[in-house]
Design a protein around this ligand. Sequence first.
Ligand code: G6Q
Length: 549
Amino acid sequence: MTDRIAPLASRPAWKALQQHAETIRPQQLRDLFKTDPARGTRFTAQACGLFLDYSKNRITDETLALLIELAKQSGLRQHAEAMFTGQKINTTENRAVLHVALRAPRSESIMVDGEDVVPEVHKVLDKMSAFSDKIRSGAWLGYTGKPIKNIVNIGIGGSDLGPVMAYEALRHYSHRDLTFRFVSNVDGTDFAEAVRDLDPEETLFLVASKTFTTLETMTNAHSARTWTLAKLKQTESIARHFVALSTNTKLVSEFGIDTANMFGFWDWVGGRYSMDSAIGLSTMIAIGPDNFRAMLAGFHEMDVHFRTTPLENNLPALLGLLTVWYTDFFDAQTVAILPYEQYLKRFPAYLQQLTMESNGKHVTLDGEQVVTQTGPIYWGEPGTNGQHSFYQLIHQGTRLIPCDFIGFYKTLNPLGRHHDILMANVFAQAEALAFGKTADEVRAEGVPEALVPHKVFEGNRPSNTLLAEHLTPHTLGALIALYEHSVFTQGVIWSIDSFDQWGVELGKVLATKILSEIENPAELESPTAPTKGHDTSTTNLINLYRATK
Ligand code: G6Q
């Protein structure tokens, strides 16, 4: 295990940063660029096909040196090694954290409990490849002999957000004769709308659930079973129309799915880190095994970069440290993810789970209350759409919102001037946020004095700009791994467990209890009495609902 690390507040670099922040807060990016024009090219780094410009951050060389020192004093390297070598760093669940093994080349070896997991990973990948090829070529036939045309992934959280995001992101590379749908919500509308124009004879369901017990997913999977049997009648048809992506062989087989068509993974893959495991089967069917492996290669390249590159040039470490900087020294509550690439429309939603489920923690690994803010709120939308809605608040509101702009030199859909217009907007937004417009500049435009305050842009609003050649499976893999390891870096600084998610539990337990009270009304008594342990408000709400049934 890693050496004992001092609590955050007593790490010397932390204390130094507290003092240093006092001197940085009043400084303007405008002035920082004026006195040090070289920062525009110096505060950049590149790796794995990604170029990061982090010069428009409220930092100096000293800030950077202190943040890197903080990473060292927090044991970032040792913690990363512990992860990469299969140690059980998810201590509250006593599990290894080995999503990095999912993209390790065949030649590597990673031991968990005395067993090399890499051959197992490749065995599943090979099985997924063979299956994907059968679906893509039309060789896999449904129960009535028709080839599969529709693939419906049923899963939620980590078993949904990654697959949807990757499908949308890589749609350009997808098999266009196949239709892909994703059902996650237990709201019956999600399922109903997903299948309303599909024919069960040509539809394959991928039931994606690590545990195969998740209420939403199992409810949807059972409705899918009923929907299929309504047309195909015979229970044997289930084996031709359902496959499982899961770690739970027993429950998969009880559902009626042939375990030969179960694609497994392991307890050391967290849900939100699982899109490159068997959970990614929909992605592989869409883009084909070769493209899927190219995506894994992109992930792996970023893994190697994170593990071996000095922190000064280490993209995930820099991104993570800058997030800590604003979260803890500038009171920033959120980070905006702004991809200028329509295919990345679900990327902010995907990152929301990755970052917020990972670092939304209030105690350290030792169970002590943290003494700083932890995980910020991640949110965002693709540009340029966001510019016409929420950017106003980022430009002229009272909050500091660090932004990550993501853009590509080339578009996958060249169309007249579109791409130049799109990219001009990326650069313009980052520039406007950083440098704003002073009252004098506004006056010089002849703006009447009464309007001057309204037209002033304070500027000094930080952003990163990430650029890549064009959106490929490889780039997507590298981009996701970049954020995975940025989250890891933040978690190490805060000394929290980025890999558990106990906060999801309470709501699930209460929902199960309330469901039984809804379905068995005798269980809940007077609308005013806090029976069954509920408060009067909850009791009243349940009774209002029950009265409508
Ligand atoms: C992710 C979480 C959570 C999980 C879902 C689905 O890290 O653990 O989002 O992925 O609750 O779980 P199953 O895959 O077990 O259905």
